[in-house]
Unconditional design. Structure first.
Length: 278
């Protein structure tokens, strides 16, 4: 009799174990989080307004001193969206110099005055990230000065996102050294304004990174192709087993060390299905 019952108990044990493991895996997937920043807000009014129609907890980063920035930022705030300052910084390419950009060749007082004006121009900000800045973000004294000014103006309530426009960026190190919450960009969705197919694949890469590491941060821009893809993908995000959260939720999640994600890392990216229209 014992011999006949034992196999049944064994089967039940393994079935229960499998069920518990599957449930645990599902919960883990449900806990994976992505955050999405829409950069360059405020330049083009119509596209910026369209970007504000994206569903979910999208974070919006506004360029200072544009004609539409303050009105659009206030509108985004009323909609309950998280806002950031998209601070123009010096790029390596000389032809990419911009008005009101922070540069290493500025005097210390001029640098300080400009950055404080940038901070004050965008209402309701929760964080800061760099616009361009492939040269300045490699300059530790300059980035330390920026973090010091953030700390002086806002304490430790703001976070800093390194857009990672330079592989040798020291922005996150400087932020950490001054006690600011910080996180780096994982995926650019629409660098050089690509096709909808490329943007969709980059979005799926963002999902795959989050599924593997628990969280991932993407950056996109208010462009026609980008907004078309995001309107579609964000409406079905729960099907991927990930949650869209404000950037601050990832930046202030200091209980776990952020994973080091290599750009060339191979991932199982969800395939484009027949329902995807480009």
């Amino acid at each position: 009799m014992k011999n006949s019952v034992s196999p049944i108990k064994t089967c039940l044990y393994w079935a229960l174990s499998f069920f518990m493991l599957a449930s645990f895996s599902l919960q883990a997937k449900e806990q994976a989080r992505i955050a999405l920043i829409i950069d360059d807000m405020g330049i083009q009014k119509d596209l910026s307004l369209s970007a504000l129609q994206l569903p979910g907890a999208v974070t919006y980063s506004f360029l200072p001193f544009t004609a539409h920035t303050q009105a659009l930022a206030n509108l985004a705030h009323r909609q309950g969206k998280e806002l950031m300052l998209h601070a123009p910084m010096q790029a390596i390419e000389l032809e990419e110099r911009e008005t009101h950009e922070l540069s290493a060749d500025m005097g210390g007082r001029a640098f300080e005055r400009l950055f404080i004006r940038q901070l004050q121009d965008i209402p309701h900000i929760a964080g800061v990230n760099n616009h361009k800045g492939s040269l300045l973000t490699q300059n530790y004294p300059a980035m330390s000065h920026i973090m010091q000014l953030i700390k002086a103006q806002h304490g430790d309530t703001l976070f800093f996102v390194d857009s990672k426009t330079a592989p040798a960026s020291v922005a996150q190190k400087a932020a950490t050294d001054f006690g600011l919450a910080t996180i780096g960009r994982d995926v650019f969705l629409d660098h050089n304004d690509p096709s909808q197919m490329v943007i969709r694949r980059q979005f799926r890469r963002l999902i795959a990174l989050a599924q593997r590491h628990g969280k991932a941060l993407g950056i996109a821009h208010p462009r026609v192709n980008t907004l078309a893809v995001l309107q579609d993908e964000l409406h079905r995000i729960s099907a991927y087993g990930v949650q869209l959260v404000p950037v601050s939720e990832l930046a202030f999640a200091t209980n776990k060390k952020a994973p080091h994600i290599k750009p060339e890392e191979e991932l199982k990216i969800p395939e484009l299905g027949e329902y995807d229209i480009f």
